[in-house]
Design a binder for this molecule. Sequence first.
Ligand SMILES: Cc1cc2nc3c(=O)[nH]c(=O)nc-3n(C[C@H](O)[C@H](O)[C@H](O)COP(=O)(O)O)c2cc1C
Length: 172
Amino acid sequence: MDVYEAIYGRRSVRNFDSVKDVPPELVTKLLEAACQAPSAGNIQSWRFWVIRDPSIKEGLVRAALGQSFIAEAPVVIVVCTDLRACSSGYGTRGTTLYAIQDTAAAIENLLLAAWAEGLGTCWVGAFDERRASDLLDLPPHIRPVAIVPLGYPALARPKPSRRSPLEFTEFK
Ligand SMILES: Cc1cc2nc3c(=O)[nH]c(=O)nc-3n(C[C@H](O)[C@H](O)[C@H](O)COP(=O)(O)O)c2cc1C
């Protein structure tokens, strides 16, 4: 699949095949793709927690305001950022901006690589950070940015439409 097919084909998946597992080698391959993203000063502030434990997945559902599809995925990746790494490189701009940008770039790579492998994902941003951090026992300098359930799609849904870039773009 070329990059345009992945970009245009990808859509959020919220129904997963409960029988088909995602092998650990494939998860590793996707994380390697995530880590090919650009990052400020190549600091690579992203950090990943790979969750297969059903009770932790249920905890993530509670942290994510009851978004139950998270626990239906065989694998859930919690993508975090290391604020200390960003701070030592770039101070406040590092912790408030680059940390999130680095991680977002890695998340998008992860989503596109997963789609190219026939897997579905959803970028879940609506969650209680404190509850997620407590659940995963994260140290204070690790901030969870997104919860990404990962699995084989059970339902094919149409991709939501997009507005034209011309509506958002100025040419000078
Ligand atoms: C920062 C961010 C936060 C999001 N949070 C959630 C979420 O909490 N729950 C959810 O179901 N989808 C969430 N999404 C997915 C969007 O709803 C989805 O990307 C959007 O509707 C476009 O659909 P598509 O991904 O199928 O193209 C989030 C996406 C982003 C980028």
